[in-house]
Ligand binder design. Structure first.
Ligand code: DGY
Length: 328
């Protein structure tokens, strides 16, 4: 039954039924049901009259969207990254914006650990070799050689919650040595996790595996560029589980092609989905995944339920703890 007093919400991503079931408890909602993700214009049309949006990181909460929806006052993002938010426009129009910080850390770290091992031991590349019938006995055994993981140095760029989780599990589970680079040095984390701070140059020069876990901001755009790939060891691997714009993809393709570095793995791209003509897709020493850092049923449900909890609190007039820092 329609309850005219309940606030109106538009859900602009494919929400799991277990999470959707909670919404009628506190709002009237409609949702995106078509294939793909809605454009700005589609959000504006479908969310007309909404007090709040429940979105994910693929939904543009641009100035155009913010200014076209007169009743909008809350946007709850079911993602941790919120580079889909136009923060300036949201601030000007007094719109509360929240993310699901903390809801996916373990799953992203699971993936990063998998990619470290997959890069070092060339798991995807050698899987393809076997399937292509190219496995020969008595040949040059060095063709299947990779790099060890244990006792090697992991360099983590970005020591937030996910970086710390990765450092702990890489040290304990894989017996790696860990260097980190962060905007601010973290002396307490250094002691607790037994990790060592390094300048970016030093980290790149000394690490066998470099994992990038920074948000996408103006400062991190193309943080990994030609110069920084050139600082890495020729035997080293680079892994990006953060955001695509942090990497200059042309520089990465060159570094892999010219064996400036040994291998890389990307879960995120400048443009998603990646253009099928991208030179990256022709490289055997690059693992390419379709942005699956948080893609397990349990974690995606946790993300939606966290976003719904934020939404419920905000609609009740409270200030959720997960309002993004720029909008606090
Ligand atoms: C996030 O939540 O930021 C993850 O990258 C999944 O989109």
């Amino acid at each position: 039954m329609m309850d005219k007093n309940k606030p109106k919400v538009f859900v602009s991503y494919k929400i799991m039924p277990e999470a959707e079931a909670v919404l009628p408890e506190f709002c009237e909602y409609s949702k995106w049901t078509r294939a793909g993700t809605p454009s700005e214009d589609e959000i504006i049309t479908l969310a007309w009259g909404a007090d709040a949006l429940l979105v994910d990181g693929a939904n543009p909460i641009s100035r155009k969207v913010v200014e076209a929806l007169p009743r909008l006052r809350i946007v709850s993002n079911a993602s941790v990254g919120y580079n889909n938010f136009d923060l300036a426009a949201m601030k000007e129009h007094n719109i509360m914006g929240m993310n699901v910080s903390g809801a996916l850390d373990d799953s992203v770290v699971d993936l990063a650990l998998g990619l470290i091992i997959a890069c070092g031991r060339r798991i995807c590349e050698l899987d393809q070799l076997v399937k292509a019938g190219q496995w020969q006995l008595g040949g040059d055994e060095t063709e299947h050689f990779g790099q060890d993981i244990h006792n090697q140095t992991l360099g983590i760029i970005g020591m937030g919650r996910i970086g710390e989780n990765l450092a702990r599990r890489a040290r304990l589970g894989l017996e790696m040595k860990v260097l980190y680079h962060n905007r601010n040095r973290k002396p307490e984390a250094e002691k607790r996790l037994k990790v060592t701070y390094a300048t970016l140059d030093d980290l790149l020069e000394r690490s066998d595996y470099v994992v990038l876990i920074t948000p996408a901001t103006a400062e991190t755009k193309h943080l990994m560029n030609r110069g920084n790939f050139a600082r890495m060891k020729p035997t080293a691997s680079f892994i990006n589980v953060s955001r695509g714009p942090n990497v200059d993809e042309i520089a990465l393709a060159e570094a892999l092609q010219n064996r400036i570095i040994a291998s890389a793995a990307l879960d995120v791209y400048q443009q998603e989905p990646i253009n099928p003509d991208s030179p990256l897709l022709r490289l055997k020493n690059l693992i390419t995944l379709p942005h699956i850092g948080s893609a397990t049923a349990a974690t995606r449900l946790n993300m939606s339920l966290t976003a719904i909890n934020n939404l419920r609190q905000a609609l009740a007039g409270e200030r959720p703890a997960l309002i993004v820092p720029e909008l606090r």
